[in-house]
Design a binder for this molecule. Structure first.
Ligand SMILES: *Cc1c(COP(=O)(O)O)cnc(C)c1O
Length: 464
């Protein structure tokens, strides 16, 4: 493709992109396809000769797009959001155009220095205490693995153990496996009635394990659990970690963004005890996937864990510069700081705060409707836009029947393809999750979701 054709195609694509962002709300949120259906329509082998761009783009529109789940649909209430935003998309276009590999300072000086600057901005936005240094990772899973590897590096010899609440994300289990602790060395600490870690139980487990000759290496506390945005009490957990000499990693993958709002910042009280902290601007801060902010206190410990410098990667700038390839697992790194910079500058702190406040208020409103309806039940507090609830029809008391009933209700809701919700299990119960966090979601979509839930309730009750 010659430069002039590229120019012409790119202009047409941008028009398509603008239309998509404007109209995505009128598409079905999820596609009506069966496994294998899309693959069956695609050629089994690569073409011998290059094909004209219009044909490729046409296939994108007719074969690929109808098979996509639209995460940026205003009716998206599933999992946690994977937001994007126009400034972030534009930055991604530039990143793709530059195609730089940002492994070292010398391989793209501006990328490294913009990463340092935007990470310092984020630390300021979250009011992290002084002493934290940030680096962008691809996902929170990788950042948590990075923390577990660093903690292992810093721990004494012996059988090292890891602690996280029963509600901690599965990335902790995965990280414990990958970092070589062995899954059997992960201690699941019980939670209180609000699904937050019980610090007294953590203290007892640490004491017992040390008495037994084990080496507690890392505690992972969660701020905003995936099932219910429960907030582990950092001040108490931090004090316990200090006393036992254990690395404290704080996973705020989703909820971290909310800490930019002054009246919500209290959830990070105690973060000054942390050795590492992670949150995902790619979830709730309007930055395209992927972009994870990982902050550490002890940079030398990070470097001790990850630094390897073969001859072919040495540069004359190594003495005076930061080489982010030594701050994580992959060597190659995308220029992710650019989209973060575009987003923060475009919205400003106030614009981002306004969005978080709007989502939280919409979640609170939905939780209020659930509570006011005697047939519905809120299963956890909803402080951060995530509402976890279930339907409990009069007379239905059997636990398995309630689970099946709510699974059927959720299937009905999602079959409308106008909104999309997902589920979890909370305190052993099947629970429907409604996460308000998509950039364009407003009062109309949240009200629509409640209407659809109640309509589905009528259908399921009539059908059973
Ligand atoms: C989403 C989530 C993760 C995993 O995030 P990735 O960036 O997809 O790895 C980890 N922890 C919590 C609490 C989450 O909500």
């Amino acid at each position: 493709m010659q430069p002039e054709e590229f120019r012409h195609r790119a202009h047409a694509l941008v028009d398509w992109m603008a239309d998509y962002l404007r109209d995505v709300g009128s598409l079905p949120v999820t596609p009506a396809v069966h496994p294998g259906e899309i693959r069956d329509r695609l050629p089994v082998a690569a073409p011998d000769r290059g094909e004209p761009f219009p044909r490729i783009f046409d296939d994108f529109r007719h074969l690929i797009l109808p098979g996509m789940t639209h995460w940026n649909h205003p009716g998206w209430f599933g999992y946690f959001p994977a937001n994007n935003s126009p400034p972030s998309i534009l930055a991604e276009m530039l990143t793709a155009t530059l195609g730089a590999q940002c492994m070292s300072w010398a391989t793209s000086p501006a990328a490294t220095e913009l990463e340092q600057t935007t990470m310092a901005w984020l630390a300021g936005m979250l009011r992290l205490p002084p002493g934290f240094t940030g680096v962008i990772q691809d996902t929170a899973s990788t950042a948590t693995l990075t923390a577990l590897l660093s903690a292992r590096e810093c721990a004494a010899e012996g059988t090292r153990t890891v602690y996280a609440s029963e509600e901690a994300h599965s990335s902790v289990d995965k990280g414990v496996k990958l970092a070589g602790y062995g899954l059997e060395q992960l201690r699941r600490i019980p939670t209180d009635t609000n699904f937050a870690m019980n610090p007294a139980a953590l203290d007892r487990q640490l004491t017992d394990d040390r008495r037994a000759g084990l080496v507690p290496a890392c505690v992972v506390a969660t701020v905003g659990t995936t099932s219910s945005t429960a907030i582990d009490p950092l001040p108490a957990i931090g004090e316990i970690c200090r006393r036992h000499g254990v690395w404290l990693h704080v996973d705020a993958a989703y909820a971290g963004t909310a800490a930019i709002v002054p009246e919500l910042r209290a959830m990070l009280d105690g973060v000054e005890h942390a050795d590492s902290f992670v949150f995902n601007p790619h979830k709730w801060m309007l930055v395209n996937f992927d972009c994870t902010a990982y902050f550490v206190r002890d940079v030398p410990a990070l470097l001790r864990t990850f630094q390897i410098t073969p001859e072919y990667l040495r540069t004359s700038a190594d003495d005076g510069a930061v080489n982010f390839r030594d701050w994580g697992i992959p060597l190659g790194r995308r220029f992710r700081a650019l989209k973060l910079w575009f987003v923060i500058r475009s919205y400003g702190l106030e614009g981002l705060r306004e969005m978080v406040r709007r989502h939280v208020a919409l979640g609170t409103a939905f939780a209020g409707w659930v509570e006011a309806d005697p047939e519905f039940e809120l299963l956890a507090p909803a402080p951060l836009g995530l509402v976890v609830f279930r339907h409990r029809p009069a007379g239905m008391t059997d636990a398995a029947a309630l689970d099946a009933h709510n699974a059927a209700l959720l299937a009905r809701v999602n079959a409308t393809r106008r909104v999309h919700l997902t589920h979890t299990r909370l305190g052993g119960r099947y629970a429907i999750r409604l996460a308000v966090g998509q950039r364009c979601t407003g009062a109309a979509e949240v009200a629509l979701a409640w209407d659809i839930v109640r309509e589905a309730r009528n259908q399921v009750v009539a059908g059973s």
